[in-house]
Design a protein around this ligand. Structure first.
Ligand SMILES: Cc1cc2nc3c(=O)[nH]c(=O)nc-3n(C[C@H](O)[C@H](O)[C@H](O)COP(=O)(O)O)c2cc1C
Length: 233
């Protein structure tokens, strides 16, 4: 199957909205569906169904229902991820309906996006659509809810990596709001910390060395000497 490292796959995946006029091989569609099937779900209830849509008229109708995102119809395959709310509710009541069903389908969707990318395909998660219209086009019963549409095809674009917040903004340590200022130190990546300190030390040494080291305390001088030795200067 995939021959990409997981992290490489995660970090190089992009939302693709322009597709070549080339069909997608069935075995690849099968592998993508399999990745969805294998996603984690609350209590392993697997309260999802995946509708593969190839029919051009249906893809056009879906694009129309997706707030006229016409680029979607150029993708030769759509996979519509539906939550089986009867099942989510039967197992977990309100929480099943309102939370788990969404999380479970999102996990399956992400699995499928990553697998598509690992197979050399482009894909996009589409969430902006009229659920009633999509349900009508695909005969989706009342107890099921279309939650995501994945467009799939061979990419005809190379989008730039969108800006992401740095970890120091989104990750907290031990309590909400407690930003991690030095991620490497917290993760005990001592090699990174050492390298940085050595560079800092080198800079201080070079600056102060020219001033005959007078700015350094005895301890500082010893440290500078050690750094000098370490740097082989
Ligand atoms: C829940 C959800 C809904 C989305 N809906 C749309 C959509 O309706 N149309 C679209 O073009 N992209 C949609 N996207 C894709 C995002 O715009 C995209 O993931 C984001 O801009 C980051 O870019 P990247 O996927 O290339 O990393 C959606 C993504 C998610 C997770």
């Amino acid at each position: 199957m995939a021959n990409m490292e997981v992290f490489e796959c995660i970090s190089t995946r992009r939302s693709i909205r322009k597709y070549l006029d080339i069909p997608v091989e069935w075995d690849k569609v099968g592998t993508i569906l399999e990745a969805g099937r294998l996603a984690p779900s609350s209590g392993n209830i697997q309260d999802w169904n995946f509708i593969v849509v190839q029919d051009e008229d249906k893809r056009k109708a879906i694009a129309e229902a997706a707030l006229r995102q016409y680029w979607m119809s150029k993708a030769p395959v759509h996979i519509v991820v539906c939550a089986d709310l009867k099942k989510s509710e039967r197992f977990y009541g309100v929480r099943g309906n309102r939370l788990y069903s969404i999380q479970n389908c999102a996990a399956a969707t992400e699995n499928m996006l990553l697998t598509a990318h690992s197979l050399g395909l482009g894909a996009c998660w589409v969430g902006a659509f009229d659920e009633n219209v999509v349900s009508r086009v695909l005969n989706i019963p009342d107890h099921a809810r279309p939650q995501a549409i994945i467009t799939i095809g061979y990419s005809d674009e190379k989008p730039k990596e969108p800006i992401r917040y740095p970890l120091t903004t989104v990750a907290f340590l031990e309590k909400y709001g407690n930003r991690i200022k030095d991620m490497a130190a917290v993760l005990h990546d001592y090699s990174v910390v050492m390298e940085r300190n050595l560079k800092k030390g080198k800079a201080i040494f070079e600056k102060t060395g020219k001033k005959t080291g007078s700015l350094l305390t005895q301890k500082g001088k010893e440290l500078a000497k050690k750094i000098k030795e370490k740097l082989g200067k």
